[in-house]
Write a protein that binds this ligand. Structure first.
Ligand SMILES: Nc1ncnc2c1ncn2[C@@H]1O[C@H](COP(=O)(O)OP(=O)(O)OP(=O)(O)O)[C@@H](O)[C@H]1O
Ligand SMILES: O=C(O)[C@H](O)COP(=O)(O)O
Length: 404
């Protein structure tokens, strides 16, 4: 059992609230989409309205990425969404951060700096070790309680997710609570069950594919996006240098072997793209897999119409579809078709569950709606849908309670 905000005596309590506001960022450093911030408004408003002193903790991007930026724009946006001043401090666990938290009054809120600006936060620990990191040792002494609303990051055992609830009474926020309610019952959803796995986080996606195939949860796994490209290469399709170099540069080369092992073990339940779209003379150009490799410099940026027809036939018979990750580079209009049509077809399946930050923003951008549940989590939703425990949830379950 996990305590929720219903169990927390909020008035006058200093609460560290871990949210997941990891968002797409424009070239000028501003937020390209605020959906993940809006998702946390209920939890944060409730805490400030009930007189809490709220210190917001979150990550943005990954080290080395263009979206690895400060949380200052997030604080500005939260201030608009919560309709009250939200302070921002460019520190997370130092004296400056502690000072900012100590000076909060009832009903006030401060956003601390991107937790991943500190290297320990980008490592995975067991909860006891996570509790001895600089972040947790530095900040926990000025907090009375910890609320985890970051369902989308709950598959990470990083200090801000598993360390705080090991030393402070922990509570699930409203997003966490509702996601666990909806996604906790995957084994009871209608069959056949189809998992559509696209996007660019290849190692996570291959883990999920292994797990759902091994446990018999998936009748079919449909691959798309960079994940689909990795499977094609594993199936000895020559995708050309541009796509191969991209996979190599992302550090995903070893994933090709894992994809191959997966095809050997469960190939009959894994569907691979039958064609891909590349850019040729400024336009979209589709190439059947047997017509590959593409010309020099052409990369596989989307699935093509023959793949769409194949996947749509599988979806017609599905009872449940679980989707994560766009089917192509949907940010470019030329390559939005795969994502738009595949996700559009999925809305006709009786139970359709979508996860993922980029996926949710892709769907809004493309005007695709009508799913049974759009989760705030991508990797976390998928992990949960494999019936695997989420480390951050386990840490909340095992941590101290207010009355202990
Ligand atoms: N064929 C492709 N080549 C290059 N990039 C691709 C391709 N297909 C999809 N992408 C990129 O994948 C990115 C999104 O992948 P990602 O796995 O992060 O999805 P997500 O929905 O955000 O999931 P999560 O919430 O787990 O992060 C998009 O930016 C998109 O451009
Ligand atoms: O976008 C996500 O899936 C979460 O914010 C977790 O981000 P991560 O995959 O960089 O840990």
């Amino acid at each position: 059992m996990i305590d929720t905000l219903d169990d927390l005596d909020v008035e006058g309590t200093t609460v560290g609230v871990r949210v997941d506001v990891n968002s797409p960022i424009d070239d000028d450093g501003s937020l390209a989409d605020d959906a993940r911030l809006r998702a946390h408004v209920d939890t944060l408003s409730e805490l400030v309205e009930r007189g809490g002193r709220v210190a917001v903790l979150a990550h943005q991007g990954r080290p080395g990425g263009d979206d690895f930026v400060s949380l200052a724009p997030h604080a500005d946006r939260l201030s608009v969404l919560l309709d009250r001043p939200v302070e921002y401090v460019d520190a997370t666990f130092t004296d400056a951060a502690r000072q900012a938290v100590r000076s909060l009054d009832n009903g006030e809120c401060v956003v601390l700096e991107n937790t991943r600006f500190y290297s320990e936060e980008y490592m995975e620990f067991d909860p006891e070790r996570a509790a001895r990191t600089h972040l947790v040792e530095g900040l926990a002494p000025v907090l009375d309680a910890y609320v985890n609303d970051a369902f989308a990051a709950a598959h990470r055992s990083q200090p801000s997710l598993v360390g705080f609830p090991t030393v402070l009474p922990g509570y699930a926020g409203r997003v966490m609570e509702s996601e666990l309610d909806v996604l906790g019952t995957i084994e009871e959803t209608p069959e056949p069950r189809v998992y559509v796995i696209g996007g660019a986080k290849v190692p996570d996606s291959i883990d999920v594919a292994w797990s759902v195939l091994e446990k018999g949860l998936a009748d079919h796994v449909l691959t798309a996006g960079v994940v689909g490209n990795v499977f094609l290469i594993a199936d000895e399709v020559d995708l050309g240098d541009a796509s191969s170099d991209f996979i190599y540069e992302q550090g995903y080369w070893d994933e090709i072997d894992r994809a191959q092992d997966l095809l050997d073990a469960y190939g009959d339940r894994i569907a691979l793209p039958r064609d891909v779209a590349v850019e040729r003379d400024g336009d979209r150009h589709e190439l059947a897999v047997n017509a590959l490799p593409p010309r020099d410099g052409e990369a596989a940026m989307d699935i093509g119409h023959s793949t769409l027809a194949y996947y749509e036939r599988i979806l017609e018979d599905a009872g449940t579809v679980i989707l994560n990750g766009p089917a192509g580079v949907f940010e470019d209009e030329t390559f939005e078709t795969g994502t738009k049509e595949l996700y559009g077809a999925a809305t006709s399946v009786p139970m359709s569950i979508v996860g993922g930050g980029d996926t949710a923003s892709a769907l809004r951008q493309l005007g695709v709606e009508g799913f049974s549940h759009v989760s705030t989590g991508g990797g976390a939703a998928l992990r949960m849908l494999t019936a695997e425990p989420l480390p951050a949830v386990t840490a909340l379950e095992n941590g101290p309670r207010a009355n202990d």
